[in-house]
Design a protein around this ligand. Structure first.
Ligand code: KIV
Ligand code: ZN
Length: 512
């Protein structure tokens, strides 16, 4: 039996620290459910002590997720650790992940603590956490740039206190594969009680080597847990990408020889969901989940693949969730067929009422668009108005006029707490005019920091999916809207972002 490798997903914690990627509780819960379907071993659901919003998100994920371990990050102090334990109370399997920086630079300049103080605090934190849960992970932040003798001393001590996983972060993405692999190997060889813990790798992608470094940590260093995020989401250049590291380990099982629990056919749906919720578009040539990852444009390649797929393909597209871009449903499809398709796409709706709302939206769309693809269905269920009937703002209708040489005009009808309001404006283009018309009534004063349009299924007949990112009083939220008319999609996305700005449950600040 091959060794098992633990996949620890931190999209909802480290991924969320990416500027502009903050998610609210419901969005986090939707992603967590997809991660459970993907069968990730551990879901790092957030940083419970960082805000009430994050506490509630960790709590609701802990209550909802049954198969994966649910983890909360916490600094190495009693208050953070107690908050984490409290948020995790409902979990089937709970993990507390506590950390403190150990590099000379971080200890001196950031923590203003001596190495001895850090040593004591790390020990006390793990001892305290172990009194609350059985599963405790310890991370020496900036571990890879730490003095190895000091690191050995700290890690030996925290294992003695009961840490069950030791994670060695390359916090700033400075490592290169061979050196990082050997660093983990050295630590494991030098620390006398190293075999009492599972060793984990956590690599950032500043030099584009997060996946390679993580794989070296596994192969050379003997780590048996990889920390990663969907689409490589994360601060700066991001984290090790889950889909890449998982498919490398699976495709090259001959070399790595490790067992993984991941159900890879759920990779693409969760990648799309994360991209849709955060507004971080996946680049077309991104390995595994990019639109071109399995596309063959050159004649020679196409010919080869048609004769024998493995001439140019090392993985099967369907194994990671790609389906042929076929028409899956139409106007005459019934509610049961729709519900079945949602299940096949790995979408679980909260209630029969949500399914009814989604089905009504699907029927509306099918009246306007003859061919409905899987992507359309995924966009439709990602539209907040399907699952949130009582939002403050709701889209009703829009008309706009634009003509070469004339200033575009838009008139929009939308609801404010259920009451219809009408507003008109001009603008630089029809989208600008529509959003100005909304803002003329709402007066949110929010600053738009991102506007992006994406064709859901790749042709001009496709729905446009629009992401609007708004910032107001230190809060950043993303709104998403989909419609065959991109001006309407833009208005829906703007209203969705305004709804989130109103929501108290939204996260205020990422890890401080
Ligand atoms: O990159 C890092 O050091 C972290 C730790 C908190 C584990 O994310
Ligand atoms: Zn990190």
């Amino acid at each position: 039996m091959a060794d098992k490798l633990i996949i620890f997903d931190t999209t909802l914690r480290d991924g969320e620290q990416s500027p502009g990627a903050s998610m609210n509780k419901d969005e986090k819960l939707r992603i967590a459910r997809q991660l459970e379907r993907l069968k990730v071993d551990v879901i790092e659901a957030g940083f419970a002590a960082s805000s009430n919003g994050d506490f509630e998100a960790v709590q609701s994920i802990a209550n909802a997720i049954k198969d994966s371990t649910v983890c909360s990050l916490s600094r190495a102090n009693d208050r953070d650790i107690s908050r984490a334990a409290e948020a995790l109370k409902g979990a089937n399997r709970a993990r507390i992940h506590t950390f403190i920086a150990t590099s000379a630079l971080h200890m001196e300049k950031k923590l203003r603590m001596s190495p001895d103080q850090v040593f004591e605090q790390a020990k006390l934190a793990v001892r305290f956490a172990r009194n609350l849960v059985d599963d405790v992970e310890f991370s020496p932040e900036d571990g890879y740039r730490s003095d190895i003798d000091f690191l050995c001393r700290v890690l030996e001590a925290v294992i003695n206190e009961g840490a069950t996983t030791i994670n060695v972060p390359d916090t700033v993405g400075y490592a290169v594969p061979e050196l990082y692999g050997n660093f983990i190997k050295n630590l494991r060889e030098r620390i006398p009680n190293a075999d009492k813990a599972i060793w984990s790798v956590h690599c950032h992608n500043d030099l584009g080597m997060a996946v390679a470094n993580s794989l070296a940590g596994v192969k050379i260093g003997g780590a048996r847990q990889v920390e990663c995020t969907i689409n490589g989401l994360g601060e700066r250049a991001g984290n090790c990408s889950l889909e890449e590291v998982v498919m490398a380990l699976k495709t090259r099982r001959d070399y790595f020889g490790l067992e993984l629990g991941i159900d890879t056919k759920h990779i693409l749906p969760v990648s799309r969901m994360v991209s849709q919720i955060t507004g971080f578009v996946v680049q077309p040539n991104k390995a595994v989940v990019g639109a071109n990852a399995f596309a063959h444009a050159s004649g020679i390649h196409q010919d080869g693949v048609l004769k024998a797929r493995d001439t140019y393909e090392i993985m099967r597209a369907e194994d990671v969730g790609w389906t042929a871009n076929k028409i899956v449903m139409g106007k005459l499809s019934g509610r049961n067929a729709f519900k079945q398709r949602l299940l096949e796409l790995g979408v679980q709706m909260e209630s029969e009422g949500d399914i009814n709302n989604a089905f009504a939206k699907f029927k509306e769309l099918a009246d306007r668009k003859s061919e409905i693809f899987d992507e359309d269905i995924l966009a439709l269920v990602g539209d907040e108005s399907v699952t949130h009937e009582k939002e403050q703002y709701g889209f009703v209708s829009l008309s706009q006029h634009s003509e070469t040489g004339e200033r575009p005009q838009a008139s929009i009808v939308f609801t404010v707490n259920g009451k219809e309001v009408k507003s008109s404006s001009d603008g630089n283009g029809p989208v600008d005019a529509s959003l100005k018309a909304i803002e003329a009534q709402v007066k949110s004063g929010a600053e738009m920091v991102l506007y992006s349009v994406n064709a859901i299924s790749g042709s001009t007949e496709s729905q446009g999916e629009v992401t609007v990112r708004l910032q107001n009083s230190g809060r950043v939220v993303n709104g998403i809207g989909a419609d065959p008319d991109i001006v309407v999609a833009s208005a829906k996305a703007y209203l969705s972002a305004l709804n989130k700005l109103q929501s108290k449950a939204d996260r205020v600040a990422a890890q401080g």
